[in-house]
Each structure stands twice: as C-alpha cells, then as structure tokens.
Design a protein around this ligand. Structure first.
Ligand SMILES: Cc1ncc(COP(=O)(O)O)c(C=O)c1O
Length: 434
C-alpha cells in the first residue's frame, strides 16, 4: 500500500491509550497504530489499512493471525472447560508436558507452566538456586529476561531497568557481540575471549561457585546478537566447572524460529539443564514454560503455584502450534525462507551505507544501522525513518538493540518468499529515505 492509499482516522483507541495507560507502555510510530484484525501474515488497523506483519507482536504470533487450526483448538477447549488451576490435572497440560519432554534436547523432562516469559525465567532461576544451593547467576550483557524483581535484575540493558537490580548475585558477562566486540577482536582472532572471560568474572565477582549461567542462544531484545561458533561450548564448560547449571532462554529462539531445530540452543552443540520459553509457543495466547531435568525439578521443595499455569486453553493452543509446526514442516520453512530473506538483506546492505551489519538465523534476522561504517556509531534516527516509511508501505517491522539502532524482523514461521519480497520492497523504500 502506498502513501496515497493510506487512510487515517482519529483513533479512539490511541487517544485512550495515551490518556489512560502508563506512558511507559510505549507504542511504535509517530502516530501509533491500533490493530483491529489479523488474518495469516496480515493485520488491519482501525482506519482500514492493511499491513504485512513482520514482527508478529514480538515473535509471538508464530503461525499466523487467527490461524484456523489454532483457533479451533482454543474454541473447542474453551467450550469444554476453560480453567482448572494446577490443583487438578488436565489432559492438555499433561499431554503438552509429555510432548515437550519428547522434543527438547538431552534429559530435559519435567515442565512448569506459567503465563509469561518473565515467570518462566524466574522459575528457571529459582530452580537453579534450589537445586545447587547457591545463589549467584551469570547472565549476559544485552540480554532481556522480563520485569519481575528477579528478571529485571538479570536484564542487561539500562533502557529496560527503571529500578536498580532488586536481587543480589546477578553478574553480567560480556555479550558475544562480534560486530561490537567488547575485546576489540574479530571472530577469527579472538580465541573466544568473551566466553573465556566468564571464568574471571566468576572468580572475581562471585563467591567462586555459581548456581547457573543463563543465556539466550541469540540475544533477542539485544538486537539479534548471534554468538560466534564455539561460544556456548566454552561458556557452558566454564559454568559447569564452577558448579553452575546451564539455562537456555528460548523465549524468542524456540519453536523452530532459527531453522531446522526446535530450539535455538540446539544450533550450538550444547545441552542445557533448564530451558524456558513463552511468546511463539501458543501463537499469542499467554503462556510461559520452564523445563528441567528430573534431577533439577525434583529438588524444587514444598509447594509452588501459578493460578494460570497449565491453563487448559493456553496448553491446547500450544499443543496445536507444535502439531502445526510438525505437520507443515515449518522448521524447514524457517531455514529456507529465512535463508532467502538473509540473501535479500545482504543485497540491501550492498546498496545502503547505513546498514552496518545483517545477522540472525532462520526467520530471526536483524539489521544494525550505523551513521558511519568505520566508526559504527549507532543510527537510531535512521531506524525511525525506516519505520515510518515501511509503515506507509504497509509493512510492520520491529526494533531493538541497546542503542535502538537494530531493525528486527520476526516473520511468521509459515511465511513465504513472496512475503519476504513484500517486506524487502518496503525496506528498500524505507532505506531510500535515510
Ligand atoms: C528472551 C526473553 N526472555 C524473557 C522475556 C520476558 O517475556 P514476557 O514479556 O512474556 O514476560 C522476553 C520478552 O521479550 C524475552 O525476549
């Protein structure tokens, strides 16, 4: 859709959003978009404009808006029984837990369900502390884990920390951010300095033994930072040498997003002791999930309870999402269509100086914008320009990165090459405005 065709309206939803919500609930775009309808890869705003949704509400609508198969499962379960709480068994929760034990790597077996990624990460951290009897956690700078006291303390971004760390014992290791290497090295000559540094971090900033090392296989909010080969093998080795369990945060990288594998960490030749996810797991129905080895899960003492955890409707949605990913081979699709997308993004990089780096895996591809390719000075203002133009072109994209200078694309797992072409055409026009 071009500029001339776009309709505008004074949106009541936007007006009330601005008046009655915390200003911290920040929206994209100079004039916020109010979405009213979604179908497959597309969404519509309240003025009737149609957009290709290339961010899926932050990698959460994983298999298309209003997907008929997912909706059927949700509606069928809603009509049977909508809520039970964990005080009663329900077949969807049990079946989902069994399925997850089957598709997760290694000995991961026992699940705990919640309603968000924040709770999933909290549960993982609690479980690691309880299983090891230790309290210190190594996490990564540029990471994001949510907004509870624990998750907030783990977050590696000042921009997402309205309060200082509330929970002691979180130490932040350098991110494996090759484009902006904290050691000013390059992947071919660094000797995995960022991973090796975890050892000194533990020796100098903790009691010398840790409960866990928690990391996203690709740093999502951080701007799709992809670690170098061998990073996770070395990081997990060090963490385990110092008594730590390894937690993989798959909130963004799970469910085939990175291509071929179910989970991002499977791309890195290591097996975690605990894994978390949320977002794309139920295509937008709120869910959070933590899975651990029996050894870890069995050490969680006494009682623990999450009212909405394992809700029959959200677990029905998750079961339907997993079934659809299997039936339609969407993990392969993420690799193939993601590979095509990557080629097109590399072509844009050739064309536009403002693109400093293109990175990602599968259908998780980011574009880091810089004012100057030599100095790599971040260009968040360029991202805003690209945002406004792509919106005019009828395409929604995402952003991230510590400096707000990374465009993030999280197209749906069942996206086609035509969808990619549509997004690329809009990005091309967007970059032309910079
Ligand atoms: C990697 C990661 N972990 C945890 C979270 C927190 O999830 P939620 O917003 O569902 O609490 C997010 C959210 O963006 C995330 O990206």
């Amino acid at each position: 859709m071009n500029q001339a065709e776009q309709k505008t309206t004074v949106s009541e939803a936007v007006r009330k959003h601005k008046e009655f919500l915390f200003p911290a609930v920040a929206t994209y775009y100079q004039e916020p978009v109010a979405l009213v309808k979604g179908e497959g890869e597309y969404v519509w705003d309240d003025a009737g404009n149609k957009y290709l949704d290339c961010f899926g509400g932050v990698l959460t609508v994983s298999v298309g808006h209003a997907n008929p198969k997912i909706n059927a499962a949700i509606i069928e379960q809603t009509n049977k029984i909508q809520h039970t709480s964990g005080l009663y068994a329900n077949e969807n929760q049990s079946n989902l837990a069994e399925k997850l034990a089957g598709i997760t790597p290694g000995d991961l077996k026992k699940s705990f369900f919640t309603s968000s990624g924040t709770e999933a990460d909290d549960t993982a951290i609690f479980a690691a502390k309880l299983a090891t009897g230790r309290h210190e956690i190594v996490i990564l700078r540029h990471s994001y884990s949510g907004r509870s006291a624990t998750a907030l303390s783990a977050v590696g971004h000042s921009t997402w920390k309205p309060l200082p760390s509330q929970v002691a014992g979180m130490v932040h290791a350098h991110a494996p951010y090759c484009y902006r290497c904290p050691f000013k090295a390059t992947p071919d000559n660094c000797g995995l300095a960022c991973a090796n540094d975890i050892e000194e971090l533990i020796q100098t900033t903790t009691m010398g033994e840790i409960a866990a090392f928690m990391a996203e296989p690709i740093l999502g909010v951080g701007g799709f930072i992809v670690p170098p080969e061998g990073y996770f093998e070395r990081a997990y080795e060090i963490a385990r040498n110092y008594g730590g369990l390894c937690i993989s945060d798959e909130v963004q990288t799970g469910w085939g997003r990175t291509g071929d594998k179910w989970f991002g960490i499977e791309q890195w030749n290591v097996v975690p002791d605990i894994m978390t996810s949320a977002k794309g797991m139920a295509n937008g129905v709120p869910i959070g999930w933590t899975i651990a080895t029996s050894e870890v899960a069995d050490k969680f003492p006494g009682l623990t309870f999450a009212t909405f955890g394992g809700n029959p409707v959200s677990t029905a949605a998750a079961l339907a999402v997993i079934k659809l990913i299997e039936e339609e081979d969407l993990r392969t699709n993420a690799r193939v269509v993601g590979g095509y997308l990557r080629e097109k993004l590399e072509e844009l990089k050739e064309k536009y100086e403002v693109i400093g780096d293109v990175r990602g895996m599968g259908l998780m591809q980011g574009i880091e914008l810089v004012r100057n390719r030599e100095t790599k000075e971040p260009a968040p203002e360029a991202v805003l320009k690209v945002f406004e133009e792509t919106r005019r072109q009828g395409v929604l994209i995402g952003k991230g990165g510590l400096y707000g200078n990374v465009i993030r694309t999280g197209m749906m797992l069942n996206s086609t090459k035509d969808n990619v072409d549509e997004m690329i055409a809009a990005l091309d026009k967007g970059f032309a405005t910079v």
